[in-house]
Design a protein around this ligand. Sequence first.
Ligand SMILES: Cc1cc2nc3c(=O)[nH]c(=O)nc-3n(C[C@H](O)[C@H](O)[C@H](O)COP(=O)(O)OP(=O)(O)OC[C@H]3O[C@@H](n4cnc5c(N)ncnc54)[C@H](O)[C@@H]3O)c2cc1C
Length: 833
Amino acid sequence: MPAETNVTMDERAARARPDLPARARVVVVGGGVIGANVAYHLAKLGWTDVVLLERRQLTAGTTWHAAGLITSAGMFSETLLWMARYTRDLYAGLEEETGQATGWRPVGHLHVATTPGRLEGLRREAAFARGHGVDDHEISPAELGRMWPEAKTDDVLGAFYVPDEGRINPADVTMALAKGARMHGVRIVEGVAVTGFTTKSGRVTGVLTDRGTIETEYVVNCAGMWARQVGEMAGVSVPLQASEHYYMITEPVEWAHPDLPVIEDPDRYGYYREEGGGILVGLFEPVGGPWSLDRIPDEVAFASLPPDWERIGPYLDRAMDRIPALHKAGIKTMFCGPESFTPDLGPMLGEAPELRGFFVAAGMNSVGVLLGGGVGHMIAEWIVEGTPSVDVVGLAIDRTQRFETSRRFRADRTVEQLGALFGDAAWPNWHPTTARNVRRSVIHDRLAGAGAHFAPSSGWEYAEWFAEGAMPSLTLGWGRDESFPLQAAEHRTVREDVGMIDMSLMANFIVQGRDAETVLNRVSANDVAVPIGRVVYTQWLNEKAGIEADLTVTRLAEERFMVVVTDLIHRRIPAWIGRHTMDGEHVTVTDVTSGTTLLTVQGPKSRALLSRLTSADLSNDAFPYLSAKEIDLHYGRVLALRVTYVGELGWELHVPAELALTVYDALMEVGSDLGYRNVGVGAMNSLRLEKAYRDYGLDIDNTDTPLDVGLGFAVAWDKPGGFIGRDALLRQREEAGPPKRRLVQFLLEDPEPLLYGGEPILRDGHRTGHIRAGAYGHTLGGAVALGAVEDEAGIPAAAIESWRFAIEVAGTAYPARASLRPLYDPDRERIKG
Ligand SMILES: Cc1cc2nc3c(=O)[nH]c(=O)nc-3n(C[C@H](O)[C@H](O)[C@H](O)COP(=O)(O)OP(=O)(O)OC[C@H]3O[C@@H](n4cnc5c(N)ncnc54)[C@H](O)[C@@H]3O)c2cc1C
């Protein structure tokens, strides 16, 4: 890990810089817009013992040439929208605060739709934004034409206008942030390259540079497209890859003026704004060009890459068609700069699971300027307070997989990321098409043979649904796609007969050792000190009682437990246990995901099916709900858990991988007369939402406490020794009056509209929250969802069913039934079997 082993102590002393401190509480690596924002926000929170190191000059990486769009377009999640709007507000006041000009121009932002699907998507997005206080309203093509007389409007179906957004000068805003940080005491040192790190007992302790060493408690890796390499120096995986990113600026045209609003046109992969009297046309082409796959050279600064005209030419032409007059204007600049993209288009934020104190803020996917303020605020809060106050499950770096840094994966995936970000990734039924088939379950080929349509999650291919006969080609969009009737049939199979869902992507760990019970009970809100063979549903909380994990813990032996959790936080589990194990305690965590095939067999006929292959007694008395046993199954022995995520009688079978095909085939062979068949994860989602079961990262997250989301039943308030987060949770319980947030289940009365998440919840016409996750409830007969209802005055439980709710879908309000008890089988009769 340490670099510079060939440099002598004398040489180091000679090169040492007087302005480099021997120690600093935080070292920020990289002086782009992200590093400057992080340093600025740390200082704002009162942490001024901070040094920012920049290898070359501030802004020399990607920041100097960004187009400077400041918009919340495409920010269709609470956290992303907050980051964009917070950044806008911060930048708007920065010149006044620091005296440094930023080039901020709130000229307005226009988002154009030319297809019905895009129009619906933008209407949904605008409704979400309005629900969060953003003035995002639809305008007609004629109004668009009045704002931009040279724009072609005859193919436009609608446009969405946000008047208070616009553009800024990215280099100037970075300088203003740096000035603000310095004003508060941060040291910013240019011309110093970070070359390595020192660590002790799993914690970062120092930063090695080409000018000396700095002892530190925290590092923030803000090295932009170099962040993967900087991460490697510390053994931290940062999956991102630089990609070519283009804009063109025309010679001045007489009709252009600086107050023209910015336009984004996803169907033409283009965006447009005035620049120096000409027009800047930016591109998000669907076939992108990864750049410098092996290594980003250290010496790169203020880079401008040679354009690949052959690849880019046709897209540029198509983009210019939006403003036909541009075809006649001369090209002044054709700019190609490198920018980092990530495997799922989300930034890489937060503390690395590999190393305590080592934070990452990189992988900005072409929106680093417009999200930078939010990133800086969030990271500073995370460091200073130990946890951020916004939902970070989908942005935290521990969601990633180490294989995602492999060269081939980056080469393949990066090709589609630029275009997807601007276009297809907006559709709810879109999945990446590149770098597929990375992780496959043992029974993958069987599922493929049965007609599986696969989708990726954490690199796993999971069966989303099964075709009957030829594989239908899917229409991307917000409506019922070709899989709708197929998923409905799978849903019915589980409700009426029995189906099998391959959930091998779930992360699976054995936690064992003398102190396994003590440590697990410290991190779990529920009590895991249970008899052998019991399954415990629990949450792991942070000190503020926010949920960090939602999982089952099964006691397999006195000193051995199994932990099963969503793939999204696979890497969080060992790190969390490690960080909450005290000196002298003995506990080990073994990741057994790869060795386990997880078949979940669910439905009223599951007992009858499994009984055909096992000699074990599966009756309620012998095998009650929430118990676990090793049973024989055909030739194999498997660990069976009586649990359900769909609200039916069922078992989760943890099958040793080498036995999986044998068990799978045997089940298929004996089950046909019971209606047994493969079921996809799509149906599982609609089944679990009918039962109002929570899904971590979708409908519950780190900003929720168990009490906020109806999981108080899983809290063991008085267990000996307590648990992490208990004090905060107790304070919440003791607060006067009813809770201010509740997770509520909704069912639309009209069976037509579909819910996906993000739709505003209206109470008597006023927004009171938004839907977190939705699906079609094929048994309940309408779209079903979980949403957070919020009210500072408190929400009495009894009021939920008496208040009149509606859900706003693409601008139309649909009446909805609300319930705190599951609308499907509230008395759990089905589970009892
Ligand atoms: C053509 C184009 C247009 C864009 N338009 C927009 C836009 O309109 N709006 C928007 O929001 N975003 C836009 N972006 C994206 C935006 O520019 C980036 O997301 C943002 O600049 C990233 O900032 P950063 O601080 O993460 O990285 P960088 O600006 O690259 O900063 C990283 C810094 O780390 C330094 N560094 C690296 N290694 C070391 C080391 N070992 N030691 C010390 N220092 C080191 C580098 O020298 C560099 O200065 C655009 C990008 C491109 C290419």
